[in-house]
Design a protein around this ligand. Sequence first.
Ligand code: ADP
Ligand code: MG
Length: 708
Amino acid sequence: MAIRFKEEDALKSVKGVGEKMADRFANLGIFTVGDLLRHAPIRYDDWSSPQPIARMRPGDDAVFRGTIEKIFGRRMFRRGVSMTEAKVRDKSGSISLIWFNQPYIKYGFSEGDEIVGSGKVSMGKRGFFIINPSYEKIDEKTVFSIIPVYRRTKGLSSKGIWNVVKKVLQSVEPMTEFIPKKVLLSENLPDINMSLKSIHMPNDMTEANGAKRRAAFENLFLIRLGGIIQKKRLMDMKSPVIESDIEFAKKLIESLPFSLTFAQKRSLWEIMQDMGSGHPMSRLLQGDVGSGKTVVAAIAAMEAARQGFQTAIMAPTEILAKQHYLTIRSLFGELEYPIAFISGKETIVFYGDGLESSVKRKTIAEDIRKSKIKIIIGTQALISSSKTAPDFGSLGLVVIDEQHRFGVGQRGHIIKKSGLKNSIPHFLSMSATPIPRTIAISMFGDLSVSKIDELPKERKTVVTRVISPDKREKAYEFIRNEVRKSRQVFIVCPRIGGEEREIVSTSGEIAKQEAKTVEEEYKRLSREVFPDLKIAMLHGKMKSEDKRTVMDDFRSGRSDILVSTSVIEVGIDIPNATIMMVENADRFGLAQLYQFKGRVGRGQYESYCFLFSESASPEAITRLKAVALAKNGFELAEKDLLLRGPGSFLGEEQTGNPDLTMIALKDRSIIEGTRRAAEEVIQNGIGFEEYSPLMAKIEEVQKNFHLE
Ligand code: ADP
Ligand code: MG
C-alpha cells in the first residue's frame, strides 16, 4: 500500500526528496508536506495557448511552442558556469532559450523535436531570449495543461517544485477544514482539499483563481481573527495601575530642552490612559525617524518609576540601545531613578547622583531584581529565555523600539520574569515604519496605535534629489565640500560584497548585474575618489565590537564618510551628518529610503539626501521621486502600498506567505469578507464546538508568527 502523507510529515519522508533537496526547500520556508501544499504558485502559464514568437516583447511572461532548430552547450569563461542554448522556431519567428548549469538538457533533445514552455522574455544584441525557461518535450502523451509557476530558489526550479507537489498531492491524507462552513458558503470559497488540489493542478483558470482566493482569504482571516482574540485575552488580564500624575508629567516636560509637539503630547496622553486602566497596554507608537518617540516613551517610564515600577527599553542593536541610554540619561538623569545599560560587553548604571559606574553584572542583576534600578536599557537579550537575562522586581512597562509588535514568545518570557504577581506588564512598541491604514486594521487589529505625525518645528527639511549616473562626479564634489565644512556623510549600498554575482545573459554574453557593494565602494572611494578623507565601513557581518568602534569613531567625528549597508537604517542619531547618499536606490523600498533620509537633518545644518539610480525605468524614477516629495512617512506608505504592495512593509516572515497576504490586502472584497467572517465568529462565541479546528489553527499561526 502506498504511504499516506500527513500534513505535519517532514518533506524528507517523500520518496525522491533527499537531504540536499530538503535543504533547498527549507530555503523557501518549506519543511513539511503541509508547508509544501500551502506554497502557492506565483502565477500560472497556460501552455495550451502559446504566443507567436514574433509577438513576444521583452518583459513578457511568455508561453512558447516550437521546433528545436539547434541545441548546444558550452562552458563560460567564469569559473564553474555552464550554459545550454536552444534555438526554437515557430511559424512566426525564432527565440533563444538559455539554461545555466543544467548541461543535461542538451541530451534530452534532438534537432527537430517539439518543445513547449514558458519564461520571461529579455532582449539581447542578437535578438530575444529566455533565461531558464520551464519546458517540456512534446510527444504523443503530452497534455497541454495549466502550469503553475513557483518562486524558485537556488538549485530548485519551478518544475522541480511542481514534481514534488504532484507526488504529494496523490497520496496526502485529506486535511481538516477549519474555516466554518457558513463562511465558505457566504464568501463563495472552495473547501480546503479542493483548493489545495486546484491551486497546484487546476483544470482551468477559474479553478486556479478560486483556490488562490481561498488561500489569500484564509491567511488574512486567521491573522485578523487571531488579533481580535489576542486583544480580548489581554483585556481579560490585569496589569499594574500606573496612574498618570499630571503634575509630575508637566514638570518633566518643562525640564526638557525643547517643547513637545502636539502629536507627542497626544501620544503620551493615550499611553498614560492605557497604563492607568488596570489592563495591559498593547500599543504601537508610530512616527517618522526623529519625530521624538523615545522621549515620549521615556516620560511614560518616569511615571512608572515614580510609582515604583520598572521599565525595560529594548532596541534592535547594542549601538541603538546605548544611544537610548545616553538620551534618557541626559534628559532625565537628574531624577533619582537609576538607569542601567546592559549589553554583551558593558554593564553601566547611572545612579542619579551624577555618577556613572561600570558595575559587575551580578550587582546589576541584584539591583534589578530588588527593583532598585528603574530603567533598564538593552537589546532583546533583556527578555530572552537565556539565563543571563535579568529577573525583574516589578516590571511595569516594556518598550520595544523599531518593531511593530511583540512576538508571542517575547511576551511569554517577559511575563515570567517580570516579578509581578497575577498581572503582566504594559507593552509599548515603537516603529518608524508607517503602516497604511488598510494593513493596520487587517493585520494589527490587536494593537492600539498612536501616531506622531509631525516633526519638531526646528527640524530642517532634507533636500532630496534623484541623481542620474552622469551627475555622480558633481555629487562627489558636493560631498567634498561638506566634509571641508567638517560635516559627515553616509553612503548606503544594497549589498555587503563577496557574494556570488547574479548572472544575466545578453544573448549568449554573460554580463554582471551590478549592485554596489559596501566592500567595493569602500575600497574605490578610499583609493580613487577621496584618498585624502577618512572613510569607514560598516555592515552586518562585522563583529559587534568592530561595529561599535566604527560607530563611535563616526559619532565623534574621527571619520568623515561611513559606507554601510542598511544596518544604519534605524535610529542612529548623528547631528553632524548632513549627507545621505544611497546607491542603487531603486533596490530599496520607499519606506526604507524614507528612513535613510531621516538619518540626516538631525542637527542645525542644512542636509541632503541623494538617491542614486542606474535604472532608466520611468516607474523606478517615479518611485524615487515620491520619496523626495513626501511630507511624512504615512503619506509615502500609502503610495508604496499602491506601487509595490504590502510586502514592502511587512517582512516575509511576518506574513507567512507574503504573496498571498499581498493579494488579500489588495483585494477589497477579501478585506471586507474577512472582517465579516471574523465578526460572525466573535459574535457566536469562540467557544462554539464547530470552531475548534479554527481555534487550533489560529493558535498554530500565532506560535509561528515570527518576530520582525
Ligand atoms: P525617534 O526615536 O522618533 O526617531 P528620538 O526620540 O530619537 O526620535 O528624537 C530625535 C531627537 O530629537 C532626540 O535628540 C530628541 O531629544 C529630540 N527631540 C525629541 N522631541 C523633540 C521636540 N519636540 N523638539 C525638539 N527636539 C526633540
Ligand atoms: Mg528612534
